[in-house]
Design a protein around this ligand. Structure first.
Ligand code: FES
Ligand code: FE2
Length: 462
């Protein structure tokens, strides 16, 4: 989709941007501002380049598979995607496969997707089962992974009772997000998530529901897909149509330890790249084109005299979210009601924080192909306390040649994602053609990419 022509003046991009902008906007809030929106102490990551091989080399991919993925917490699914006993997803990472299943006791377990007899994968895809029955000879396990039926048991007397249950890996949850870890000695998920649960404590993610879930294979390394959402200064070149309401180059970037980083991009503020955008345009475009405000019809609103777009959109969201959740949100900052506050959790999970419209991204390697990945996009809403959590909609798996805009449930997010995705297939080609052999990163605005690779290196170096 071509971005619509803009009647505004583009300023020369040199030296635009001020990371202190978000803090100045917080000074205009009329309610107390949570401390966690303040900048974290800036890390000194230096200005080193990254070797291009990190994004396509089979050897680098093999190292990730051997040394990193088996030791990290991996987001698998939302609680409401497997609400009933027997509901499960198949979680594939490289050559390894797990069945992540809810048992009759409500507990979620992650079994190796491998029959204890001759090793066939027990499930090829997620769904619902009454028990886990091997398709080959019919060994059968119950939903807790306990052996239920062993054909010709007289011939398996050597298989002692302790060897009959399906081996499991670790499963832990936070706010309805289910994670697994192959490392039995790993620190708890709560440690891994660092500041995230505390920063999101007031966003009522316990009552989050999955409004949509779209998945697509992207022809690029998983880190490239992940990092396409790690900074906002690609907006001018990649998403010009959102510049009227996205304060792209003024974003605040924070790093909170090895696993957590954040980008805050003020919304309902025109990009410093543009001159001549009226507040009414900012308001209209933010509602119509951001894809995550309480309304999507920008023309249905008129900006009252004396009100800024940021105030209007924030108050519109406040009223709508309070109505949807039954909560009093009078204490919420305008920032948390509309801004893009993205947390990344190493290695491959991202969540937009805030009271509503939380987008979740996940980039998974596609088997052992370092030049392909599986990308998931989810949007979360809330259900009212006391009401049953609705089951998640089925995953909408787009065909390889279908754009995100072919998923109507994404609304205005679809074309924005397509703009991001249009860059990605060309990145591998460009990286392989590099004569410098390196990727050169911005010192500040690409802090999250630096943090990601530094943490990855700690695993690869053992
Ligand atoms: S391989 Fe599973 S029962 Fe034989
Ligand atoms: Fe983007």
């Amino acid at each position: 989709m071509n971005a619509p022509a803009l009647p505004h003046t583009y300023l020369p991009p040199d030296n635009l941007g001020d990371p202190a902008t978000f803090q100045r906007l917080l000074a205009e809030e009329t309610v107390p501002v949570p401390d966690f929106l303040r900048p974290a102490p800036a890390p000194d990551f230096g200005d080193a380049d990254l070797a291009v091989e990190r994004y396509f080399s089979p050897d680098f991919h093999r190292q990730e598979m051997d040394k990193m993925w088996p030791r990290v917490w991996q987001f698998v699914a939302r609680d409401e995607a497997i609400p009933n006993p027997g509901d499960h997803v198949v979680h594939d990472i490289g050559e390894r496969s797990l069945i992540v299943m809810r048992g009759k006791d409500g507990q979620v377990r992650a079994f190796a997707n491998s029959c204890l007899h001759r090793g066939i994968a027990l499930r090829t895809e997620g769904g619902h089962v009454k028990s886990l029955r091997c398709p080959f000879h019919g060994f059968t396990w119950d939903l807790a992974g306990c052996m239920k039926s062993l054909p010709c048991a007289w011939d398996f007397k050597h298989l002692g009772e302790e060897r009959q249950d399906l081996p499991q890996v670790r499963v832990e949850s936070w706010a309805g997000f289910i994670f697994i870890n192959f490392d039995q000695d790993a620190a708890p998920l709560a440690d891994w998530l660092g500041v995230v649960p505390a920063h999101c404590a007031d966003y009522d993610l316990e009552h989050a529901t999955t409004l949509l879930h779209v998945r697509k294979r992207i022809p690029c390394n998983w880190k490239l897909a992940q990092e396409a959402f790690f900074e906002s200064f690609h907006v001018r070149a990649t998403h010009p149509h959102i510049m009227t309401f996205t304060d792209d180059v003024d974003s605040q970037y924070d790093v909170f330890g090895p696993h957590i980083a954040r980008c805050i991009t003020p919304m309902s503020i025109a990009s410093p790249n543009l001159e001549g955008v009226s507040q009414a345009e900012v308001m209209r475009d933010c509602i119509a084109a951001s894809g995550r405000m309480a309304d999507a019809n920008g023309d249905a609103h008129r900006l009252p005299d004396g009100m800024t777009a940021r105030q209007y959109v924030g108050e519109m969201n406040r009223a709508a979210y309070a109505e949807a959740t039954g909560r009093d949100l009078s204490h919420a900052t305008l920032a948390e009601l509309q801004d893009a506050i993205l947390y990344s959790v190493f290695p491959h999970f991202q969540i937009w924080a805030g009271y509503f419209g939380n987008i979740v991204y996940r980039a998974m390697p596609d088997g052992n192909n370092p030049e392909s990945c599986i990308y998931d996009v989810m949007v979360l809403g809330r259900h009212k306390a006391g009401e049953a959590k609705p089951a998640a909609p089925a995953v909408h798996w787009l065909k390889d040649d279908e754009p995100f805009s072919a998923a109507p449930e994404l609304g205005a997010l679809g074309p924005v994602l397509d703009q991001d995705m249009r860059n990605l297939p060309h990145m591998t080609r460009g990286l392989k053609s590099s004569l410098t052999g390196v990727v050169t990163l911005a010192s500040y605005q690409e802090l999250r990419i630096r943090a990601h690779h530094r943490t990855l290196d700690t695993y690869l170096e053992g």
